[in-house]
Design a protein around this ligand. Structure first.
Ligand SMILES: *[C@@H]1O[C@H](CO)[C@@H](O)[C@H](O)[C@H]1NC(C)=O
Ligand SMILES: *[C@@H]1O[C@H](CO)[C@@H](O)[C@H](O)[C@H]1NC(C)=O
Ligand SMILES: *[C@@H]1O[C@H](CO)[C@@H](O)[C@H](O)[C@H]1NC(C)=O
Ligand SMILES: *[C@@H]1O[C@H](CO)[C@@H](O)[C@H](O)[C@H]1NC(C)=O
Length: 490
């Protein structure tokens, strides 16, 4: 049993502890208050910051932390649409929450049907690929707060969201359709009413539906290094990035985003004319030579310099050329190739042109060159010659001049538009060759339809070509008159 005195002492000690604890708590709270004022997520010197209520009368205790500009939370506002060809849609203020994209607009009918914006990223012939509400929704401003809250975390700059899974590891499909198409639409934006420049460099490319980088890197290692050369400051993100954003349980807003989707692009009425994803962009007006700045950048950043050519196609930068360069991309080591005797015949015709001083001929098997050598070789060429195939994608790095030309050999009577569309975008002249027949179409005209013929012909190893016919096209394009008996002075 405790005495009264002991009881009193125990009580006194207890009280003391309590008072001490309270005091301690106060200091902790005060400390915490002060500490929180140091969290530098809000700007104090930068005008575009939202100086919001909770931090507006901060006391920085005399020291100003370093500024790291980040817009942070911004109010949720309506979405604008800037460009809308099927499969290449550009929005300002596009929202993302829990993996679902949201556009906010008063009248949803003024926005394109989502089927024309994106599709399930699958490759199942005949399957219903229409987008689901988990992928994207168009909502009204009245519903926005309920679904998204009142503020969103800003993802600054221009984001290119590639909503595909397939055909990413293919040089032509990646560079000749996805990136060329995206840049075309992006630069076309500068011609729209109310556009205020300059056009910012893309900040990031996001491929939400693939697991990682191995899902967009090709076997031969061309696609990705060229991407880094073209956009050295942009990141390429994949599914884990998308998931990270979802896992924050916050709404994010893409200040500007282009949604790119292969299946949605194929829904374009123009798909029936040219049968490719890029078809949807073909009629969109762009500034002239919209691709040239990107070409120059990629060539410079890959090769180390930009080859310079004069208006006749002579290479002036070292190593100089003696005449315009004709680059024959040989596929004689591949499946789809020329008949051996026609390949020899073609080489002879090219040799004659070279002997005559019409051009300098370079025959290359691209797979044997390093990436740098490939791009340098193409960057010096005026005429590119080859069989239908991925090698002709390289024409996007060939200088655009009044003589630049792509000569594409097909099995007679067969045709595909893939590389002629690249030529149109690059402003290269394009000639299809069917043995001894040539086909070329001015602006506004094209080969009607598509014709693969029999697979064993189109993709076969027995494709004929008449060398002198190819030589005639080269002469025409280099504006060298044909030599004949009565006029040999040229
Ligand atoms: C987030 O998305 C997942 C997958 O679509 C869904 O199952 C879940 O219910 C969503 N969570 C919320 C809070 O909407
Ligand atoms: C996400 O946020 C909502 C609304 O703020 C909340 O109701 C929900 O519990 C949160 N979910 C998670 C997983 O944090
Ligand atoms: C290709 O054209 C040449 C010249 O006209 C002709 O002699 C040859 O028979 C043609 N080859 C084929 C396979 O049609
Ligand atoms: C030389 O040949 C071309 C076509 O082969 C012809 O059009 C041209 O008239 C000829 N020139 C002369 C002077 O005969």
């Amino acid at each position: 049993m405790w005495t009264r005195r002991q009881q009193f002492s125990a009580f006194a000690v207890l009280m003391l502890c309590f008072v001490l604890l309270l005091h301690q708590n106060d200091t902790i709270r005060e400390h915490a208050n002060r500490a929180s004022t140091y969290i530098p997520y809000k700007a104090w010197s930068n005008s575009y910051y939202d100086m919001s209520e909770e931090f507006s009368d901060m006391d920085y205790l005399g020291s100003v932390p370093p500024t790291m500009p980040c817009k942070g939370l911004v109010p949720i506002t309506e979405t604008d649409i800037l460009m809308r060809p099927h499969g290449f849609t550009v929005y300002d203020n596009l929202y993302l929450r829990n993996g679902t994209l949201y556009a906010i607009v008063e009248n949803p009918l003024t926005f394109p049907d989502l089927k024309h914006v994106l599709a399930k990223p699958l490759d199942q012939k005949g399957a219903n690929l229409d987008p689901t509400p988990e992928m994207m929704q168009v909502i009204m401003p009245g519903d926005a707060t309920n679904i998204l809250g009142s503020r969103a975390v800003a993802i600054e700059g221009a984001s290119f969201i590639i909503y595909d899974m397939n055909f990413l590891k293919h040089y032509y499909h990646w560079w000749g359709e996805i990136i060329l198409g995206a840049i075309k639409i992006y630069t076309a934006m500068t011609l729209t009413a109310g556009f205020r420049g300059p056009l910012a460099d893309p900040s990031r490319f996001i491929i939400p539906n693939i697991a990682g980088s191995s899902d967009w890197h090709d076997k031969v290692g061309i696609i990705a290094p060229l991407m880094r050369a073209a956009f050295p400051s942009a990141s390429v993100e994949t599914g884990d990035y998308w998931k990270d954003l979802s896992d924050t349980n916050q709404t994010f807003v893409f200040e500007r985003a282009m949604i790119i989707s292969r299946h949605a692009a194929h829904k374009s009425p123009l798909g029936g004319l040219w049968f490719a994803m890029i078809s949807t962009t073909m009629e969109v007006a762009t500034p002239p030579y919209f691709w040239e700045p990107f070409r120059q950048r990629v060539v410079r950043n890959t090769v180390g310099y930009l080859p310079s050519l004069d208006d006749k196609g002579l290479v002036l930068s070292k190593p100089k050329s003696s005449a315009p360069i004709v680059l024959y991309i040989s596929r004689q080591n591949a499946g789809r190739r020329l008949r051996d005797e026609d390949h020899e015949d073609l080489l002879n015709s090219l040799k004659e042109l070279e002997d005559e001083g019409v051009c300098q001929v370079q025959v290359v098997a691209m797979e044997k060159l390093s990436l740098k050598e490939q791009i340098e070789t193409v960057g010096r060429a005026t005429i590119m010659l080859g069989i239908y195939g991925n090698g002709l994608t390289h024409q996007i790095w060939m200088p655009a001049t009044s003589r630049s030309t792509v000569i594409e050999i097909f099995f007679p009577q067969t045709y595909r538009h893939d590389y002629s569309m690249l030529s149109r975008n690059m402003e290269h002249a394009h000639y299809a060759v069917w043995n001894d027949t040539t086909l070329t179409y001015p602006k506004g005209q094209w080969f009607k339809g598509i014709n693969d013929g029999r697979r064993e012909d189109f993709h076969g190893n027995n494709i004929p070509v008449h060398g002198p016919t190819v030589a005639r096209v080269i002469r025409e394009r280099l504006w060298v008159p044909t030599l004949n008996s009565t006029n040999t002075s040229l």
